[in-house]
Design a protein around this ligand. Structure first.
Ligand code: 3H9
Length: 717
């Protein structure tokens, strides 16, 4: 686990624990022994620590947080390093993160390859740098930089690390050679001044002010998360307490966080995000299928979704033909794309060079013939099956035989789109979430015909454009929208039965969602829901009226129609479920007129209103989705609960500290959830989403632990 070698008078410890050289128990033992060996060897005058393969250690082994504590622990081993009378040099390449950076901060010197990244990402898994990182980094950089790095978890590149004094020198070329060369140059220098524990924090006199500033920042930016708050407190302790006392404070915060439900959920989310890339369909999987090369792409439709998708592809360096049928729409689309990219440059999120390259890669066109040679087409026109089939049939005739044809449909069955072509194996869904250039989820959908090579390619494109891709089997609504369906309808039913929009929204916001369903509705526009409902009814040959309560035997609510008829379309008209300060405004204020409309609607529809508890609101919104989630699993639409949880985290901003709705269900207890679903089914027999999932019933009755019905990301589930 640690390869030991001696080069002249320099001992080299190479941490060898692929893939990221995490400090597992075995590595800690190996490092401990290596230190003893180097101390004993009188020939050795200096030590170099580095990582074998792709990286310097990227942190503690996250899986071990679920296991009993095993000595030697990180801090003990690292302290031994600092105590040696032989200079220790950390020679850094790749990603030096978490416990890896803490190890480097116990070394007397740190040098890094120019492309190396350093950081403390612990906060993203609900922890803090608990091997003295919160006490040592401020002693090097001052409080402000340390607070920023530790509360955000951001990685910084070597040049920035050099500026802050985190590293002493940058190098190019071989890590071991650079480490040995540097070690020789410092061999006989005194070490007292190189031990961070002996240093003071330079801006300690401003500790209160800086900590207050960061405390209000993290409470706003990371609302609901516990770890950023403890990070601020622990870093502040580096300035207000002596080193040893600061360490004790850090250990207490760390202990609390490790045991917290939030960190367990965030660790589950960390591994789930990686698990969803291990896809499998009949005939192939992520290991057997190879992605096809994609250079040139096309996006059909320059509306909100099409332009957002084009931005993602352009920023990743793909050539993009943007196709529209109308010159004005095309020009507007190009303007929108430029605006998004320029805005991102202004915010420092997109480098200028990337933006300049993107401008050259964008090819606006009104001619389908221009798409003949592209490798991948993503169609993003509005949701109409016959229109999509027409487009796919045209593309099939015109594009080269190897072109992949994908649809950004949010619900239409990919099988029915694929049959419009003679290349069903090369047809798939790539469903982006609005705004497409921002939301990280990409729902990739396969039909019964889609080939493993096509799936491998769209999963690969998803990764390259910075998305977290989840693969699902085609069905009406796929995973995300199908599962969210009950959430939206239950929200309307709750309004009809007695709740207010603000009561419903605040339940979801208190759970940790950035916005409740009614604020979200106002943002997207209430005309959308109204049109979807009207189209759906029409497709079933039904004409809805303002008083309709059922559609094909299923309970519905026509409240959006009431709002639509009153011109309350949401933020864009300055009024929807809330009132806004102006059309396009953002400040939502409860509106008495809405309550009057709801009450009037209920009276006409003969619905009795009552008091509804916050617990009932929560259960009806969330448990109904969980029930649908189990049906999605049962039918194999999603392969694992991780696919579902990651879809909610990155598609609907479900709070990571709750680990996703399936993880949340497990935490509450499947038997409890199942009983409540049965209760609602009994009380609301005309809502099929309350018919209990058979899988949920089976799992709850047999008390099956989650590690037996997920892909096994967390041994402690
Ligand atoms: C810590 O250090 C606490 C201390 O402060 C205090 C202790 C007292 N452990 O992401 P990838 C696995 S907390 C275990 O796909 P990339 C990962 O699951 C830690 N496993 O690669 C995956 O496995 P699989 C602080 C880990 O190149 C494989 O490695 N450090 C760990 O896209 C490849 O990972 C962090 O939070 C780990 N620490 O990205 C860093 N890290 O193939 C977390 C990775 O079976 N890691 N794995 O799915 C990362 O951010 C990224 O993995 C990294 C590489 C940037 C390093």
């Amino acid at each position: 686990m640690v390869d030991y070698s001696v080069h002249g008078q320099v001992a080299v410890f190479e941490v060898n624990n692929p893939p990221v050289n995490a400090f597992s128990h075995k590595v800690r033992v190996g490092l401990d022994r290596s230190i003893d060996k180097a101390i004993r060897d009188t020939n050795v005058k200096a030590i170099v620590i580095c990582g074998k393969g792709r990286t310097f250690p990227a942190g503690a082994d996250i899986r071990e947080f679920d296991q009993p504590h095993k000595e030697p622990w990180l801090t003990g081993v690292f302290e031994k390093l600092e105590k040696t009378t032989k200079p220790v040099v950390a020679a850094i390449h790749g990603t030096c993160l978490g416990g890896g950076l803490e190890c480097a901060l116990f070394c007397h010197y740190r040098i890094a390859q120019k492309t190396a990244r350093v950081g403390f990402p612990e906060v993203q898994i609900g922890l803090l740098p608990g091997a003295a990182g919160t006490q040592r980094l401020p002693r090097l950089t001052g409080l402000r930089v340390a607070m920023d790095m530790i509360t955000s978890g951001r990685h910084i590149l070597a040049p920035e690390a050099l500026k802050y004094g985190i590293i002493d020198e940058m190098f190019t070329g071989d890590v071991i050679n650079a480490g040995i060369k540097f070690a020789k140059s410092v061999m006989n220098k005194p070490l007292e001044d190189r031990c961070l524990k002996n240093k003071t924090v330079k801006d300690a006199d401003q500790a209160d002010q800086i900590a207050d500033e960061f405390m209000s920042l993290v409470k706003r930016k990371y609302k609901g998360f516990e770890a950023p708050i403890d990070c601020v407190k622990a870093v502040k302790a580096s300035a207000t307490l002596p080193y040893r006392e600061g360490l004790k404070a850090e250990a207490l915060y760390m202990q609390k966080l490790v045991l917290s439900g939030q960190s367990a959920a965030q660790r589950y989310a960390f591994f789930s995000e990686r698990a969803v890339s291990r896809w499998k369909i009949p005939g192939g999987n992520f290991q057997t299928a190879k992605p096809l090369p994609i250079k040139s792409t096309a996006v059909i439709g320059a509306g909100t979704m099409g332009t957002g998708i084009a931005v993602c592809l352009l920023n990743a360096g793909y050539q993009v033909y943007l196709l529209e049928q109308n010159q004005k729409f095309l020009e507007n689309g190009v303007k929108t794309i430029r605006g998004i990219i320029e805005g991102s440059v202004r915010l420092g999120k997109t480098p200028m060079a990337v933006a300049q390259k993107a401008a050259t890669l964008l090819k606006p066109t009104m001619k389908y013939e221009d798409l003949a040679d592209v490798d991948l087409v993503i169609e993003a026109v509005y949701e109409n099956l016959s229109l999509k089939r027409e487009i796919f049939s045209k593309l099939d005739k015109l594009c080269k035989p190897t072109t992949l044809l994908c649809s950004n449909t949010s619900s239409l069955d990919i099988n029915r789109i694929g049959t419009a072509t003679k290349r069903g194996d090369k047809v798939a869904g790539m469903h982006f979430f609005a705004p497409a250039y921002y939301m990280r989820l990409l729902e990739n959908i396969y039909s019964t015909e889609t080939s493993p090579a096509t799936v491998a390619t769209i999963m690969d494109v998803g990764r390259k454009i910075g998305k977290v891709s989840v693969l699902v089997k085609s069905c009406q609504g796929f995973l995300a929208n199908r599962m969210r369906g009950p959430f939206s309808v239950e929200a309307y039913f709750l309004l009809e039965e007695g709740s207010t929009p603000q009561e419903v929204d605040s339940v979801m916001e208190n759970l940790g969602m950035p916005m409740g369903p009614f604020k979200t509705g106002d943002l997207s526009g209430l005309d959308i829901g109204y049109k979807i409902q009207t189209e759906l009814a029409k497709s079933k040959g039904v004409e809805l009226t303002a008083n309709s309560k059922f559609l094909m035997g299923e309970r519905i609510s026509t409240l959006t129609r009431t709002m639509y008829d009153k011109g309350r379309l949401g933020r864009k008209t300055g009024k929807g479920w809330y009132r806004y300060e102006k059309p396009g405004g953002k400040l939502a204020t409860p509106d008495e007129e809405v309550m009057e409309l709801i009450k009037d609607h209920c009276m006409k529809a003969g619905i009795q209103r009552r008091n509804i508890s916050t617990q009932e609101i929560l259960e009806r919104l969330v448990y109904s989705c969980i029930n649908e989630g189990f049906k999605i699993l049962e039918e194999g639409v999603a392969a694992t609960p991780e696919d579902i949880d990651i879809s909610w985290i990155y598609g609907f901003s479900w709070p990571k500290y709750l680990g996703g709705p399936m993880y949340y269900a497990n935490r509450i207890g499947l038997d409890k959830i199942y009983k409540r679903i049965c209760y609602y089914h009994e009380n609301f027999p005309y809502s099929s989403h309350w018919i209990p999932s058979r899988l949920l019933q089976k799992l709850s009755e047999n008390k099956v632990p989650m590690n037996q019905w997920c892909s096994g990301t967390d041994s402690k589930l």
